[in-house]
Design a protein around this ligand. Sequence first.
Ligand code: TRP
Length: 447
Amino acid sequence: MAERETWASRLGFILAAVGSAVGLGNIWQFPFKTATEGGAAFVVVYLVAALLLGLPAILGEFVIGRRANLNAVEAFDRLDHPAWTIVGAMGLLTGLWILSYYSVVGGWVTRYLLGSATGAYFAAPAAYFGRVSMGWEAVAFHGAFMAATAGIVAFGIEDGIEKATKLMVPSILVMLVGLAVYASTLNGVGAAYEFYLSPDFGFIADNIGSIVPYAVSQAFFSLSLGMGAMITYASYLGDDDSLFADGGLIVVLNTSVGLLAGLVVIPLLFVQFGTVPDAAAGGGAGALFISVAQAFATLGVAGRVLGVLFFGVVLVAALSSAISLLEVVTAYVVDNYGYSRPATAFSFGGVLFALGTLSAWNTAWLDWFDSLAYGVLLPLSVLLGVVFVGWVYGPAAVDEIKKGSGTGTTFATAWLWSVRTYVLIGVFVTLYLGVTDIYAAPAIPFV
Ligand code: TRP
């Protein structure tokens, strides 16, 4: 058997993990969920969730991956807990499920990249979104996005993924800061900042049952947890890396991108609509597209250039996340059955393209896929992973996390106990609320 690849450098791993984490979850989904789930109240719960639940959980996935040095499914086998391969398998399915509609949104981004060049959306940004987000055009661009994803995965981690993500993070930060500054100069942004940045704790208390599952699942989604992506990436990692340092950096960078995207989208929505519009009027899935498109439209030729740059960078961010979603299953099949990488990547890409056509045909399907992922699949697979790391693998996990970190036993043990206790409870409550609240009315579209 050929020797397994490893990352060419520590930076390569961090960038790829950040590349997986930073994506449409931060730039597209975070602002629109914030807009529809209560503004600043949602932001506060999200921040708490990312730090208190997301960080310990991502460390847990790193531990499993590096210890086992194998893909997310067989990792559990190699750690001598074959029954838990089911957790890996569940994660794998969650990832495929998510990628099917993620690619549809990736297609929208691609469409907007071209639309910026030609100024296609300049006349009527909101109507334009309605036109390109569903139907044949959406299906076609979804197909193009999926093909590009499979193409990169086909090249393998070092040539494909590591290189594709090198420039992305810095350029995203620069673009978002620039747009946030621009937005801050517009008339009427005061109300937007109030909505986005000044939490009403009474509102949190009254709506805790719906804010918590959305915000916590948003943190998991955004950190690429719960489907073995981080297990797989950490399996290519050497023992001299500090998991604490890498995990902390990844969480901070990832959260910053989401917050920045909100600082762009929410003010632009307010300037355009005078309020956050409800989902039907453009505050939902279309929020990012309608708000920035409107901003670029007012800038004439400069808007075209900026639009191409902006959607270009978002496209790279989306691709580097989509790659990680597809890489998990590809790594498993290649490791396990010895099939060729390209054939595997393109076969799964084809199947997911077919599944995603539903979401591309009508955004009601997209919402349905998304809420099932949020309400049930993500919290459930994160919960199972947390139980495994904390209670089943326990002491060996402490050993592993200490390697290369230069921290003593106390710190590592504190991490283990946080995973065993409040993280576990927090994720369980999220799952419970998700199942009862978000998913109380499954509402399969058109059935
Ligand atoms: N984190 C990515 C984003 O924010 C999406 C993503 C990539 C993901 N891999 C994942 C989400 C694994 C859940 C699980 O866009």
